[in-house]
Structures are given as structure tokens and as C-alpha cells.
Design a protein around this ligand. Structure first.
Ligand SMILES: [Zn+2]
Length: 157
């Protein structure tokens, strides 16, 4: 059977049981490396800016996705923003009930054109609303590992 073999009905699909060893390594890239290093070492957010398009990228990009210019202007962004959208989850990824519901939001970071998907904390899910002002709560420096979870959550301000 070649790769061009086409089945005529889903019941004719070939099933191969077993496992395939697949390894992968996700890299955050040059911009992502600096973004997470600033969070880990300084508890601050950095973005890149395209002066031609007047766009501030957070998470930072090395190239403007509008004009394709290389971006070398880094700007510190405030660790504050507004809830753009959110959802409250009651079960984990395996379908098990959570001890308490968790609210996850896309937070538009102030003074940028971007944002971060993250947990909301210190707020009852019923009190969350679109446009609610929030700020990042960073973990203690000794607990930070250079990932987005170095931000523990965003809380209302
Ligand atoms: Zn641009």
C-alpha cells in the first residue's frame, strides 16, 4: 500500500497498534527567551515595538507581522491589563472535578497591542467581567523557572 492509497469508507482505515518514539523540544526563540528571562529575573514584562506600524507586541516578536520589519526596540510593559475575555472551568484536563472552579482569562496588557492567557486569582468567578482591571502576581524569585507560570495569576486592581 502506498501513501497515495485512499480508502473509500472510514471502516476500511488501517489500524496499526503500537507506539512510536517521538521526541520534541519546544524552544521559545530569541524574543521568547528574553521575555521569560525578564519575568524570571526581574518580574517584569517586556514587549517589542514597531515604530512604523505603531504596534507593541506582547509577547514580543522579532519581526513585525504587518510590515515584516525587524524589531529591535524593546519596551517594558506594565504588569497590568484588562480582562478581554474569560472562562471558568470546573473540571481538569482528565475530566475530574476541580476542588474549586478556576477562571482563565485573556488579559490585554496595558500600553501594548497584545496580551497573555492566564489564571485569575483572588476573585470569585461570579465577579469577573470583561474590562476588569487586573495585575500580574509574580511568584517569589526563588520559585520562578523562566516560564509563564512564573506569573502565579492576575488579580483585580
Ligand atoms: Zn510594522
Amino acid at each position: 500500500m502506498s501513501l497515495l492509497y485512499r480508502i473509500q469508507h472510514p471502516r476500511d482505515a488501517l489500524v496499526v497498534e503500537g507506539s512510536m518514539p517521538i521526541t520534541s523540544l519546544y524552544t521559545v526563540g530569541i524574543a521568547g527567551e528574553r521575555f521569560f528571562r525578564e519575568i524570571m529575573e526581574q518580574a517584569r514584562l517586556f514587549a517589542t515595538r514597531c515604530p512604523e506600524c505603531d504596534v507593541t507586541y506582547l509577547p514580543p516578536r522579532l519581526y513585525c507581522e504587518r510590515c515584516f520589519s525587524q524589531l529591535d526596540e524593546w519596551v517594558e510593559a506594565p504588569a497590568t491589563g484588562r480582562v478581554h475575555t474569560y472562562t471558568t472551568v470546573h473540571i481538569d484536563l482528565d475530566g475530574n472535578p476541580l476542588p474549586e472552579p478556576r477562571t482563565i482569562a485573556f488579559v490585554r496588557i496595558d500600553d501594548t497591542d497584545g496580551g497573555i492567557v492566564h489564571y485569575l486569582g483572588k476573585v470569585d468567578p461570579s465577579e469577573v467581567y470583561i474590562g476588569m482591571g487586573v495585575e500580574a502576581v509574580f511568584k517569589k524569585k526563588s520559585e520562578r523557572k523562566g516560564s509563564i507560570t512564573d506569573i502565579a495569576y492576575f488579580r483585580p486592581v
